[in-house]
Design a binder for this molecule. Sequence first.
Ligand SMILES: O=P(O)(O)OC[C@H]1O[C@H](OP(=O)(O)OP(=O)(O)O)[C@H](O)[C@@H]1O
Ligand code: HPA
Length: 210
Amino acid sequence: MFMLLQSYLFNNQLPSEKPPLINSTPNTDLEHIKKIYSEADQLFSETDVEASIEQMAKEITESLAERNPVIFTVMNGGLVIGGKLLTKLNFPLEASYMHATRYRNGTSGHELEWKVAPMIDFNGRPVLIVDDILDEGHTLAEIIDYCRKNGATEVHSAVLVNKLHSRKARQDLKADFVGLEVEDRYIFGFGMDYHGYWRNAPGIFAVKGM
Ligand SMILES: O=P(O)(O)OC[C@H]1O[C@H](OP(=O)(O)OP(=O)(O)O)[C@H](O)[C@@H]1O
Ligand code: HPA
């Protein structure tokens, strides 16, 4: 039975061709990657970040606890903040993810590429989008538009960090829940990457000279 099920899943559910890779990094210079971390400026410690997530969770709970929201984490950057927030939201909700990328593991943005669209039907329900960073905001703006067009009654957004500059995609673009404000530098840690690395860094760091 198990073999049958396994064969069904493998023959019918998985793509027959290997999906295109966002980046392939077999030749990454790990010495460079290590240097980036050792030379980076720490903007916030792990304790600072954890405290800000606790505060975000309180604010989200006050707004959404009675609303039966669908919470979508935006992969990949939202991986850490999404997971850390979820267990602090002690009320009925459905959680899932979507995957859209604009930087493709680089340090400058391009047009938004959808990798995985939302898979929970949110028509007629409030939605909360969770992401690591609101930088220029093209990602968040497009995701908000998508959710509104597809029937969300309200679209809320939560980002671990908002980057302070005047290059936002829309003048009035703000997240409803923001953990921390960061200066206008290239940052990594707590989900945010430097060329695909250091999403695991325990704090928020700015790359030297960027
Ligand atoms: O406000 P913006 O200028 O649009 O940038 C913010 C977006 O960029 C990053 O994603 P990225 O495209 O790097 O993909 P990733 O989540 O896989 O790192 C980040 O996770 C946000 O989703
Ligand atoms: O400063 C950043 N760091 C990591 N990922 C990002 N995506 C947009 N801006 C950034």
